[in-house]
Design a protein around this ligand. Structure first.
Ligand code: SAM
Length: 220
């Protein structure tokens, strides 16, 4: 497929998400237009990059559907200059979108080295490699060296909210995370750490993510 055709298809996907009210802010819309999903899918899947469905990536994982990524980014209410941690790099697509919105460095943790490498190459192709720091490890423990964070975005499903992630939020900071008792069904939680250290949790409906595996997640 020619790049121009891919760009036209991608533009229509973004505008459809806007019409449906899933993309609500201009900054998320602009980021989606600047960071098309085709840079982050497997080469054989480019022709489906604009389709609003998850797609397989190496190691049995998935790149999320565009509407899911938009929902999480809108909930996160990212601002320029925020300190953001992502857990679950996968293809690197969501990481690049975060970098595009906050215009500064992003820290992202991936447990599977093969995927960290896949993401690194994709981010290079898309022009975001210099802004993204990929850490290979167990993201359920967060990433203490760069804490506290304004936002932590988790793109895998946890059985419960990992305590270290709450501890690594700034007062007023938010954690966006799918939480549920089942491996492939969760509710999307928005957890805000209040000034007094307590948390406020708002639930935003059912989602389906691959499991978050680690010390404060599912057993591998
Ligand atoms: N955000 C990704 C994207 O845009 O392509 C999609 C991520 S995929 C749905 C979930 C990712 O979380 C997988 O790459 C998986 O290996 C990773 N993961 C699962 N448990 C993890 C953990 N404890 N720490 C870091 N990454 C983890």
């Amino acid at each position: 497929m020619l790049m121009e055709d891919a760009d036209v298809l991608w533009y229509h996907t973004v505008e459809k998400l806007k019409r449906e009210g899933i993309i609500r802010s201009e900054k998320v819309r602009q980021a989606f237009l600047k960071v098309p999903r085709y840079f982050f899918v497997l080469p054989g899947h480019s022709k489906w990059a604009h389709v609003d469905e998850p797609l397989p990536i190496p190691a049995g994982q998935t790149i999320s559907a565009p509407h899911m990524v938009a929902i999480m980014l809108e909930l996160a209410q990212l601002e320029e200059g925020m300190n953001v941690l992502e857990i679950g790099t996968g293809s690197g697509w969501n990481t690049a979108l975060i970098a595009e919105i906050i215009k500064t460095d992003v820290y992202t943790v991936e447990r599977i080295p093969e995927l960290a490498e896949f993401a690194r190459k994709n981010l290079e192709k898309a022009g975001y490699a210099d802004k993204v720091h990929i850490i290979i490890g167990d993201g359920t423990k967060g990433f203490p060296p760069k804490a506290p964070y304004d936002r932590i975005i988790v793109t895998a499903g946890a059985p419960k909210v990992p305590e270290p992630l709450i501890e690594q939020l700034k007062p007023g900071g938010k954690l966006i995370i799918p939480v549920g008792k089942y491996h492939l069904w969760q509710e999307l939680y928005e957890v805000t750490r209040l000034e007094d250290g307590s948390v406020k949790t708002t639930r935003h409906g059912g989602v389906a993510f691959v499991p978050l595996i680690g010390e404060h997640g599912w057993e591998g």
